[in-house]
Write a protein that binds this ligand. Structure first.
Ligand code: AMP
Length: 596
């Protein structure tokens, strides 16, 4: 199966002009492989199984055909998207909104636990075209009769394997069972475990099966590393890389045209010779930019994949994947822009937590492990920064200085009564605005974490890396009692799903669950803020309130910070009531299974 885009443009895929215009506005240049291959069968109304992870562009792959086939402004929803978490539901709803920018009367409604029910009821009554929701809350609406699925054209199960992992699969089946209309069913999942295959056999009819596989390999002379960070840390991370990494030429890859321009401006503001290159630019401008790179008039190019296709410049010594590529094959193409003409090269991949799976598939496809980045210390960064600054000053001293500037300095010293030395220091401070001599605190913390993880992973054999150590977390745990038990037919999955969605906590932080006859116990990170605790009391599972309570009343006073304490400092816990444990999604799951 090829991983190449079957087409170079959204127009070729037969999407209406209103959508093409919106895509141009968000800056997408070409369809990603999963989009190129899924959109045509979906436009024909076929059922589809798409094996794709977050980061591949799967949202647009199903959202665009839904929008293309929709007559907006109807009373009842025409499309329903089921997502495992409210975070994803919101993201998907936002994506719909941005692609539907030029469609009149279009309404999308995210529906998830923890949000005001009345608001959702009002909006559903008013009429929506697309509902995007988490299974628990959707089922609530179906049971209340506030969600009518009789006019559905399309149902999408997004990240189906995650829904399975979080214990939603029964809810998903119930929701699918509620839809009486003849509709298209689409299932996106990174993996296809047995229960997902069973659901697909039950609810999908002769589906198209789209799987993106890569077969190319990377070059051995490329030193590759990844950097786990948040989106808002990327610019600081890039700055730090550029400051500490010796480089000749650099390509920074981003996903959209807009980002190439914005980022190139920011990099230039930090004193580097940098230019953007993207598909919006005419061929001649692109060629001129590449010539400038070849002749060392600029050192850094910020490019989209399209613009950098086939780019061959010997002096590229560093490739930065600022935004993760859609698939392994684009990654391999990107990093192949370095280590040209027998030289060595380095590639750094920025990834956010949600994108970690894509890293694994890149490793698998390239047959090469990509280790975490080894970051220089803050002192090293500062030393390089100072050194660079000195070099710039020394270079500028060699140039003639206008007498006007000299007299301006004299004037300032007299007027302010400052010594030339103090004045020079204050000018240095002014010059440092874009590159302060202190490092951004947030990034430093994160970097230290990544660095530590790197150390840990080095000691572990390949097999355990990525599976356990990437997902496992050490946190203080506290035990809670929930007023739902075996007699209410609750499963550990129900509990994980409800808690994870209602208080927006990653399921990996939910520890051991014991299900008893009329109650259950669950381990959660200690120091839960009061408002979350109050909220969880009211959350319902299988129609019953959890009515959560602390197992040991002493719990919740003093102790080491748990996951919640980071969100809200000053949480208080009792050391005796908690255990420090390593929780990882996989282990916790199997423990839960035994309880069921
Ligand atoms: P997803 O895999 O749907 O979560 O998408 C990951 C990211 O890729 C999102 O930020 C999208 O906005 C972006 N994206 C999706 N399709 C394209 C495209 N064809 N060109 C550029 N960016 C895209």
């Amino acid at each position: 199966m090829s991983t190449q885009s079957a087409t170079d443009s959204f127009a070729d895929l037969g999407l209406p002009t209103a959508l093409q215009k919106a895509l141009a506005k968000v800056g997408y240049e070409t369809p990603s492989p999963i989009q190129a291959r899924s959109i045509p069968p979906l436009l024909e109304g076929r059922d589809l199984i798409g094996q794709a992870q977050t980061g591949t562009g799967k949202t647009a792959a199903f959202a665009l055909p839904i929008l293309a086939r929709l007559q907006p402004g109807g009373k009842l929803p025409r499309a329903l998207v089921l997502c495992p978490t409210r975070e994803l539901a919101l993201q998907v709803a936002e994506a719909f909104q941005s692609y539907a920018r030029y469609l009149k009367n279009f309404h999308v409604l995210p529906v998830y636990g923890g949000q005001d029910m009345h608001l959702q009821l009002r909006q559903l009554k008013r009429g929506v075209d697309v509902v995007v929701g988490t299974p628990g809350r959707l089922l609530d609406h179906l049971q209340r009769g506030s969600l009518n699925l009789s006019e559905l054209q399309t149902v999408v199960l997004d990240e189906a394997d995650e829904m399975l992992r979080m214990g939603f699969i029964d809810d998903v089946e119930k929701i699918l069972g509620h839809s009486t209309s003849k509709h298209q069913t689409v299932l996106f999942s990174a993996t296809l475990p047995q229960p997902i295959l069973r659901v697909s056999k039950k609810f999908l009819s002769v589906p198209a099966h789209i799987k993106i596989q890569a077969k190319a390999a990377t070059v051995d002379t490329i030193d590759q590393q990844y950097w786990l960070l948040n989106n808002n840390q990327k610019l600081d991370a890039l700055t730090r890389l550029l400051e500490t990494e010796p480089f000749d030429g650099v390509i920074v890859f981003t996903r959209t045209r807009g980002t190439t321009v914005e980022l190139a401006e920011k990099i230039s503001a930090r004193g580097y010779a940098c230019a953007p290159i993207n598909g919006d630019m005419s061929q001649s401008v692109r060629e001129q930019t590449i010539q400038r790179l070849k002749k060392s008039k600029i050192d850094i190019l910020v490019a989209t994949d399209v613009a950098a296709r086939g780019l061959d410049v010997d002096r590229i010594s560093l490739v930065v994947n600022y935004d993760i590529p859609y698939d392994a094959e684009s990654y391999i193409h990107r990093v192949g822009r370095t280590a040209r003409a027998g030289r060595e090269g380095r590639a750094v991949l920025f990834i956010t937590h949600r994108e970690r799976r894509l890293l694994r598939s890149i490793e698998k496809a390239s047959g090469k492990e990509i280790p975490p980045i080894r970051l220089p210390s803050a002192e090293e960064v500062l030393a390089k920064r100072v050194q660079r600054f000195k070099q710039d000053v020394i270079a500028s001293l060699a140039e003639p200085v206008s007498p006007l500037l000299v007299s301006l300095v004299d004037e300032l010293c007299v007027e302010t009564g400052t010594s030339p030395q103090a004045l020079a220091a204050s000018l240095v401070k002014l010059l440092q605005r874009d590159l302060p001599l202190e490092l951004p605190a947030g990034l430093d913390k994160k970097s230290a974490k990544t660095r530590d993880r790197g150390k840990r992973e080095d000691r572990k054999p390949r097999k355990s890396r990525g599976k356990k150590s990437a997902d496992a977390v050490d946190v203080e745990m506290e035990s809670f009692r929930l007023e739902v038990g075996r007699q209410h037919e609750v499963s550990a999955g129900n509990i994980v799903g409800a808690i994870a969605n209602e208080i927006d906590i990653d399921s990996q932080y939910i520890g051991h669950i014991d299900i008893h006859e009329d109650y259950s116990t669950v381990e959660l990170p200690s120091g839960m803020p009061k408002e979350l605790f109050q909220h969880l009391k009211k959350v319902r599972v299988l129609g019953r309130p959890l009515d959560i309570s602390r197992l040991d009343k002493a719990a919740g006073r003093s102790g080491k910070p748990g996951k919640f304490s980071r969100k809200k400092p000053g949480g208080d816990k009792a050391p005796g009531a908690k255990r420090k444990r390593s929780v990882d999604g996989k282990k916790a799951r199997s423990t839960r299974k035994r309880q069921e």
